[in-house]
Design a protein around this ligand. Structure first.
Ligand SMILES: [Zn+2]
Length: 147
């Protein structure tokens, strides 16, 4: 089974393909699944309405994470710890969209070994916009903006 590059994961109950599963023999030992970004799967039109409502309610942070052309995961009111992962221009993790039983999910994978008590950080990869959001990561390779 070692060295397989296609098909289902070798673990009998795992729904992932061999290239998606962090436990599969072909995955890099550094690329370990850290956490799933949990929330409600909603369409773009619903996300737009919710974003306005959240602003009116004074909810400053948005936890809307795009997973496809018309699919957004909203972790604002029913998410897990993954929504608190901060941005950094030199991240130790990255987000990956995977499909399990026809449903898109976001999973956070490590890019490198992560020590105990080391903060989990990722690059938000926001699209470029005119109104910039300042980056506060203060790393040597900081891009100064998130978008
Ligand atoms: Zn930065």
């Amino acid at each position: 089974m070692w060295g397989r590059t296609s098909g289902r994961c070798v673990s009998p109950r795992c729904p992932l393909s061999v290239t998606q599963c962090p436990l599969s023999p072909t995955a890099s030992p550094n690329e370990t699944l850290v956490i799933e970004y949990v929330g409600q799967n909603i369409r773009q039109v619903v996300a737009d309405m919710r974003e306005k409502c959240y602003a009116q309610e004074g909810i400053g942070s948005s936890y809307l994470f795009r997973v496809g052309h018309d699919t957004i995961i909203d972790a604002t009111k029913c998410g897990n710890l993954a929504r608190f992962i901060k941005h950094c221009c030199t991240p130790n993790c990255y987000a990956k969209v995977i499909t399990i039983e026809a449903q898109k999910k976001i999973v956070i994978y490590s890019k490198q070994p992560i020590s105990v008590n080391e903060e989990i950080i990722q690059d938000y990869k926001f699209p470029i916009e005119d109104t910039k959001i300042s980056c506060l990561c203060r790393t040597e390779s900081c891009r100064c903006t998130l978008n």
